[in-house]
Write a protein that binds this ligand. Structure first.
Ligand code: NAX
Length: 332
């Protein structure tokens, strides 16, 4: 059996982590033969709660889980880690301005970027889940200059999974028959869920989703809106934000990054932009990617119509604005 790898989860006492830790510990990300040591980071007031999580992980009696390190110290949390799930972030509180939220998070991700730079493995793969995820990932990378920019990503997989589920339900096919739905841009309400390149397997034949749905109007309006607002819809029902589905999406993202994508399969990840498809450069933008040998590559050459161009421009502009604000905060 291979040596255990060290994996950090931040926000470890929170609700996404509560599902995520179990999935990672039992092999959903690194496979059934890879033992893991989990590093759990949260803030000092949450340490008693974290102790409870540690007890429950022990009580799960998972053979692959070889150690658990709960801590409030970034130096301990990021030491020698091969993978980082950055879930913890400052949530928006009543009366808080957008700017205050960004400012609190810039501070967190600056500190964690520096700590990754100092303590983590140089090939660590970082997934930022905590919002604003794209801009947090960008800031984190800026403060970790010794780690390649390609190793910092933001999660739009939940949006992708939501979009895939909507198409499956609309067509009345199992969710696994739908593939290659794309999420472009920011993980926010400006994201563009795009089914125009998606495929559906019907009776053993791969059919373009727009041909199967035969309703461009639905794909451009209702579908986009349902996916953009799904997070709010879940909160309205559950009185808490998506947690199980967010944890599942995080495991999908990391598993594909480590193990690679299947031939022909495309997934969406927020990655450092090279300006593909007219997106602004040097922001963390969600693109369709394929993954091989632990490296993602943006899928090139997709045809983008005027409708899509407009949507990409909108979400790109929002990311540039977030970046400007974040950079101003770091320089203040
Ligand atoms: P919770 O509030 O349940 O948990 C967050 C945890 O992070 C808390 O235990 C808190 O103490 C901890 N924390 C805060 N600051 C920290 C720091 N500096 N270092 C370490 N831990 C810290 O939130 P939860 O529902 O788990 O959501 C976590 C984050 O995911 C939020 O920012 C949320 O907005 C974001 N989401 C992102 C999604 C995505 O698709 N990218 C979807 C789901 C989710 O809404």
């Amino acid at each position: 059996k291979p040596e255990p790898i060290r994996v950090v989860v931040t926000g470890a006492a929170g609700q996404i982590a509560y599902s995520l830790l179990y999935m990672v510990a039992k092999g959903d990300v690194f496979g059934p033969n890879q033992p893991v040591i989990l590093h759990l980071l949260d803030i000092p007031p949450m340490m008693p709660v974290l102790e409870g999580v540690v007890m429950e992980l022990a009580d799960c009696a998972i053979p692959l889980l070889r150690g658990v390190v709960p801590t409030a110290d970034v130096a301990v949390a990021f030491k020698d880690v091969s993978a980082a799930f950055l879930v913890g972030a400052m949530p928006r509180k009543e009366g808080m301005e957008r700017k205050d939220l960004l400012s609190a998070n810039v501070k967190i991700f600056k500190e964690q970027g520096s700590a990754l730079d100092r303590y983590a493995k140089k090939d660590v793969k970082v997934l930022v889940v905590g919002n604003p995820a794209n801009t947090n990932a960008l800031i984190c990378s800026k403060y970790a200059p010794s780690i390649p920019k390609e190793n910092f990503t933001a999660m739009t997989r939940l949006d992708q999974n939501r979009a895939q589920a909507q198409i499956s339900s609309r067509l009345g096919v199992p969710v696994g028959e739908v593939s290659n739905v794309i999420i472009w841009g920011n993980h926010s309400s400006t994201q563009f869920p795009d089914a125009s390149h998606a495929l559906v397997n019907i009776n053993g034949k791969q059919i373009a989703v727009p041909d199967a749905i035969k309703d461009d109007n639905w794909l451009r309006s209702m579908f986009v809106e349902i996916v953009q607002k799904r997070g709010a819809t879940v909160i309205a029902a559950r009185k808490m934000s998506s947690a199980l589905s967010a944890a599942k999406a995080a495991t999908d993202h990391m598993r594909d990054w480590f193990a690679g994508t299947a031939p022909g399969a495309v997934v969406s990840m927020g990655v450092i932009s090279d300006g593909s498809y007219g997106a602004p450069k040097d922001v963390v933008f969600s693109f369709p990617v394929t993954i091989k040998d632990g490296k993602w590559r943006i899928v090139e050459g997709l045809v983008i119509d005027d409708f899509a161009k407009e949507k990409l421009a909108l979400t790109g502009a929002e990311l540039e604005e977030e970046k400007r604000e974040a950079v101003a905060i770091t320089q203040a």
